[in-house]
Structures are given as structure tokens and as C-alpha cells.
Write a protein that binds this ligand. Structure first.
Ligand code: G3I
Length: 594
């Protein structure tokens, strides 16, 4: 085991200076994407261009289609579909282990010429049938391969001063629409998409909602209504088409994101580009490129500061292929890579954000590693910390120190309780498991902090309890069959049930102090005894506790309880509860008795 520890320390740690955007984003458990093209509109397949495909594969772990998934490409005629370009993009993503966002199922733009002609004489029910068939066909075809969809894009009008913003007239809303009033056409599109792929995350996407104002208010009102009525919406896409004039402000975008994520939804930055003035050769000034870099860094930092901002996508990635010059005369150079695929200051700026923005620690994301219950922590309790989105890009397991204790650092990830480094069970970006040091025993509360790559999170304060018991589930889900072993160490399950009178052992944590003391992070040398009384019931019937203490050979903090299955418990998958120091373990854990 010692040599393993040594080998792990020898693992080459990429410095962020050498990292690609993709590697740096992985340490933030952030999906970093770009809109891409294949061979839609008859263009040469960009994915066959080594520079294009290579840059896309090397720097991004997410992609969307700039145009391939729009009606304009998908639907050459009312009777036919063209999935070619999208199939190429989805295959490219799969080959490069990348996620795919779908863009866009319902939009007033990006449509083939036949559609508005059809809408001119169609009835609302004709349009409803057409839209339903489109959504079910497209979402169904890519079910399980496109993890999130922009279901509806830009359904609200641009703001006019401070006046309330209304829904845009469109063939889908009211010209003739699909026979639904108000936002009903949007709701219906979400419901059809959810039926076609229940696992896909469904987003409403728009621009000019990144800062406070009437357009964001209109979107927020709709989203609140949808959430309240159980409409299957999972997030809002902020397009983020910017220039270097400071919109949105930090406070404005953070506030708008929070109002969406406080509803339990996610935020994706879906189409970021930062246009700057260019000369007739498409070149920008160094000053403007530095201001552009600052804008990319600022927005990325704001996204990282909200754990529910889970994706950042640019609209294209190289200035060689960008919509901006064709729409904003005199502007261009809006993307992180130049027309020769060379990184601009914006790339280093994004890397700077990824390596320096502090991870966010929240009290309710620190839970018992067995039960996933939050709240007070107990000395020796194995806990799991979620959402501290800065850590190893791949799962790194515990490291043993030369004196056979769990190290308090795993690839620079550290957790402190009252500035005491805690032993770590594992660490990966977004999820770290640590052991509450026994030293916190007797304190009313403890201050928790997380650190990675030398960057410390905010601190949170948690109450300290004598015990906070949780039983490990056999599938680590926190519920269902408990991690209960027969004396032959086979796992008790519905297919390997225990019998009345059998002695079994279960593993838990949160049992609190050990009589005679215990060394934080050390492997339990032998059996011992909990300081607090331990009782157990199965199906409400008291079960005789034969042993309750450290699990010999496992790290201190794992609580082993040996008990006898009571005759009166009956048979079936029976509720199993511990009570340690008067505190009950979580409900929902069972033990199979036949
Ligand atoms: O190049 C072909 C041409 O060969 C063909 O004859 C013609 C047929 O209409 O199409 C041409 O392709 C154009 C395509 O851009 C490639 O340049 C399409 O006409 C044109 O409609 C398309 O514009 C796209 C626009 O959405 C409308 O779909 C832009 O590329 C794309 O960047 C832009 O992206 C939108 C997002 O989807 C939504 N948010 C705003 C964003 C910017 O407008």
C-alpha cells in the first residue's frame, strides 16, 4: 500500500499553465462547449478539417450545432428530414467523449422556406401536429445522446424601455400558433420533448436576459409559473452575445442566475461571444482583445461562483467561422481562438478563471457519507462534500501516509475542520469525501473549508453533535438494502437473505467518539467500543447488538455493528434502524430476512 501512495504522488500533475481549456474545465466539473458545424448547407464538412476538429476536440468537452439541428436543415421539406449533419456532429462528440446540447426545437428563425408558406394557410391544429411530430421525431432519434435541449428559443420580444415585454408574434405562438394561449405553446413543446426523452434536460434559451430588466422579468415569470405547475423545465440558457461595454454587470448576471437557480433549475451560458471592433482585415486592437479577455474571465468566474451554472458554451470557437461580422458591421474577432486557430488572450483569461475562482462551499452540501443527511456532524463521521466544483478531473482515491494513516491531501485537494486537515477518502471535481477529525469532539460547532490547487473556498460553520449515525446502503444510494454482511462476508440481499437468529454485521458512520480515544485517519487496529450506547431494531423489533465499534482494518470513523436477526422481526425486506447516543440512523435502509 505504501508504494501505491508513492506512485500516486509521482502521478504527473499538469500545471494549469500547460492545461487545455478542456482539462481546466474538467477540474471545475464544468461543461465547456462550442457551437460547431458539420456539412450543413452543403458546406465542406468542417469536422473533416484537422485544425477545426482538432481544436474542438482538444479544448472543449461539449458541443452544440450552430445550425444543423434547426428546422432549416432538419426539414428540407415537410415530408423529409435530413439528419446527416447532426449525425456527424453527434458521432464526433461520442468519439471525443463530449456531451451534446441540442439547439433548437422551436424558434421563429432558422426555418426552411416552406414552413412559413405552410403556416400561412394551416390551422392551429395542423401546426400543433407538425410541431409535435417534429419534436418527437428529433428528440426521440437522439434520445440518450443529446443530454440537454434548447426546447424554445427567443420567444419574447426585445424590451422597449421599461415596458413589460410581450411574447413575440410567430407561427408557433399566434400566426396561427398551435392552439394554445399565452405561453401555452412553449409549455406544450416542453411536454412533448420530455415525453420523447425523459432523461434530457430541457432549457428555455434567450438573449438580453443576462442583466436585470423587463425581458428577464418576463422569462422569470414564465419559468416560475412552469416550475409551480410542474412543467418539465430544467434550466434557462443565457445566450451571452456581448461586446466589451460591460453588460451584464457582475451583480446583474449573478442576481439573474440566482433567481433561476433558486427555483431548483440550472443555468447554461449557451452562445457566448464578445465582439470587438475590427479593421477591414478582421483584426482587433490589442487593447480591445485584452478587454475581451477580461469579459470572458469575468463571465466564467460568475458562472463558477454559482454551483448550478453547469455549462459555458461559445458560439463557434474560431474567428474563422463566426456569425458576428455578417450581422454587426465593423465588428468581429469575438471568439477565443483566432482565424488561424491560435489562442487569443481570451483563452488564458478563461484558464485564469478556472484556476483562481474559489470553489463554493455550502453547508447543506456537506452530508453524512452513508445517509447523505446534512446538518450536524459527529467526531469521526465520514462526510461527503458536494458542489465544491474545483478538484481532480478524475476520481482520486485515498492515499496512505508512511505511518498507515489516510492522508489529508489527495492531488492538492484538502478539507479543514477548524483548520485541522481532515483525512480524505476520495476527491474528484465536485465531490470530496473526508473524515471529521475526532478533535472536534465537545465543540458546539466547527468551521469547514475546502481547498484545491492552493485555492481555498469560503468557510461554512456546522453544528457538532455527539453522534450523527448513517448506515451505508449496499449500492451507496443512502437507501434500500443496507451494507449488511453475513459472517461469511457475503452481502445480505433479497437473493441472499438472512434468517432469524443469524448474526450479521453492518457498516455505518457517525457513531461518534470511541472509548479510550481514536486517532483521526488511522486504520482501526482492533475492535473497540463506541462511547455512546448503540441499539438496533429490525422491523421495529429490538435486535441484540453483539458488537458496536471500529471496523478492524478500516479507517476510524467506520462503525461496525454486529447484531442478531430477532425471531419476531418477521420476513421480507425489513426496515433496519440504529440508535446511537439517542440519535436514529436514516429511514429507508432495509435488511432481507427470509
Ligand atoms: O451558407 C448557406 C448558403 O449556402 C445557403 O444557400 C443558404 C440557404 O438559406 O444558407 C446559408 O447558410 C446560412 C448559415 O447561417 C451559414 O452562414 C443561413 O442562411 C443562415 O440562416 C444561418 O444563420 C444562422 C442564424 O442563427 C439563423 O439560423 C447563423 O449561422 C447562426 O450563427 C445564428 O445563430 C443564432 C442562434 O441559433 C440563436 N441565437 C442567436 C444566434 C445568432 O443569430
Amino acid at each position: 500500500m505504501k508504494y501505491l501512495a508513492l506512485l500516486l504522488f509521482l502521478t504527473p500533475c499538469l500545471t494549469t499553465a500547460q492545461m487545455t481549456l478542456r482539462e481546466a474545465a474538467a477540474q471545475r466539473s464544468l461543461l465547456l462547449g462550442a457551437a460547431a458545424n458539420a456539412d450543413e448547407f452543403g458546406i465542406p464538412n468542417r469536422l473533416a478539417d484537422q485544425q477545426y476538429a482538432g481544436t474542438l476536440a482538444r479544448h472543449f468537452n461539449l458541443l452544440t450545432a450552430e445550425n444543423a439541428m434547426k428546422w432549416q436543415v432538419f426539414r428540407p421539406t415537410r415530408a423529409t428530414y435530413d439528419f446527416g449533419p447532426t449525425d456527424k456532429l453527434v458521432s464526433f462528440a461520442a468519439q471525443n467523449r463530449r456531451a451534446v446540447r441540442g439547439h433548437v426545437l422551436l424558434w421563429h428563425n432558422g426555418v426552411p422556406d416552406w414552413l412559413p408558406q405552410y403556416a400561412a394557410t394551416a390551422s392551429p391544429s395542423d401546426m400543433a401536429g407538425l410541431l409535435e411530430e417534429h419534436i418527437r421525431t428529433v428528440v426521440g432519434r437522439y434520445k440518450g445522446r443529446i443530454f440537454a435541449w434548447d426546447v424554445v428559443n427567443e420567444a419574447f420580444n426585445d424590451p422597449a424601455g421599461s415596458a413589460p415585454v410581450t411574447l413575440r408574434d410567430s407561427i408557433w405562438h399566434n400566426r396561427p400558433g398551435i392552439g394554445r394561449s399565452g405561453t401555452g405553446f412553449i409549455e406544450q413543446a416542453f411536454r412533448w420533448a420530455n415525453q420523447a426523452d425523459p432523461s434530457a434536460l430541457l432549457f428555455y434559451n434567450d438573449y438580453s436576459i443576462e442583466g436585470p430588466g423587463p425581458k428577464f422579468n418576463a422569462v422569470l415569470a414564465m419559468v416560475r409559473d412552469f416550475v409551480a405547475r410542474g412543467v418539465p423545465i430544467h434550466g434557462v440558457g443565457f445566450q451571452m452575445h456581448l461586446d466589451i461595454n460591460g453588460y451584464p454587470t457582475d451583480a446583474g448576471f449573478a442576481q439573474n442566475m440566482r433567481q433561476i437557480t433558486d427555483l431548483g433549475l440550472q443555468v447554461h451560458i449557451t452562445e457566448m461571444d464578445v465582439r470587438v471592433r475590427v479593421d477591414n482585415r478582421g483584426n482587433a486592437t490589442d487593447r480591445d482583445l485584452q478587454l475581451q479577455a477580461g469579459t470572458y474571465e469575468r463571465i466564467a468566474g460568475l458562472c463558477l461562483a454559482n454551483p448550478k451554472c453547469t455549462a459555458l458554451q461559445t458560439w463557434g470557437f474560431t474567428d474563422r467561422h463566426s456569425w458576428v461580422p455578417g450581422v454587426f458591421a465593423g465588428f468581429g474577432a469575438a471568439l477565443p481562438f483566432d482565424a488561424n486557430y491560435q489562442p487569443k488572450p481570451a483563452v488564458e483569461a478563461l484558464l485564469r478563471a478556472f484556476r483562481s475562482v474559489p470553489p463554493v462551499l455550502s453547508a447543506n452540501a456537506i452530508v453524512n457519507a452513508a445517509s447523505y443527511r446534512g446538518g450536524a456532524v459527529a467526531p469521526g463521521e465520514l462526510v461527503t462534500i458536494f458542489n465544491a466544483r474545483y478538484g481532480p478531473s478524475t476520481l482520486r482515491s485515498a492515499v496512505l501516509t508512511p505511518d498507515n494513516k489516510l492522508a489529508s491531501e489527495v492531488q492538492t485537494a484538502k478539507v479543514y475542520f477548524d483548520n485541522i486537515p481532515a483525512p480524505l477518502i476520495y476527491a474528484v471535481a465536485g465531490q470530496v469525501s473526508a473524515i471529521v477529525p475526532y478533535e472536534v469532539a465537545g465543540r458546539a460547532e466547527t468551521v469547514v473549508q475546502y481547498e484545491f490547487n492552493g485555492v481555498r473556498s469560503n468557510t461554512v460553520t456546522l453544528p457538532v453533535a455527539r453522534t450523527a449515525p448513517g448506515i451505508f446502503a449496499s449500492d451507496a444510494s443512502g437507501k434500500g438494502p443496507g451494507l449488511v454482511l453475513k459472517l461469511d462476508y457475503s452481502v445480505v440481499s433479497p437473493t441472499n437473505p438472512a434468517r432469524a437468529g443469524d448474526a450479521v454485521l453492518l457498516l455505518a458512520t457517525g457513531g461518534g467518539a470511541i472509548s479510550g480515544g481514536a486517532v483521526t485517519g488511522a486504520l482501526a487496529p482492533s475492535s473497540g467500543q463506541q462511547s455512546e450506547p448503540v441499539t438496533a431494531t429490525i422491523n421495529g423489533v429490538p435486535a441484540e447488538v453483539l458488537y458496536a465499534g471500529p471496523a478492524p482494518g478500516l479507517v476510524n470513523g467506520v462503525l461496525q455493528v454486529n447484531l442478531t436477526i430477532p425471531q419476531a422481526a418477521g420476513t421480507g425486506d425489513l426496515p433496519l434502524l440504529l440508535r446511537v447516543g439517542g440519535v436514529e440512523s436514516q429511514t429507508g435502509i432495509t435488511v432481507s430476512v427470509r
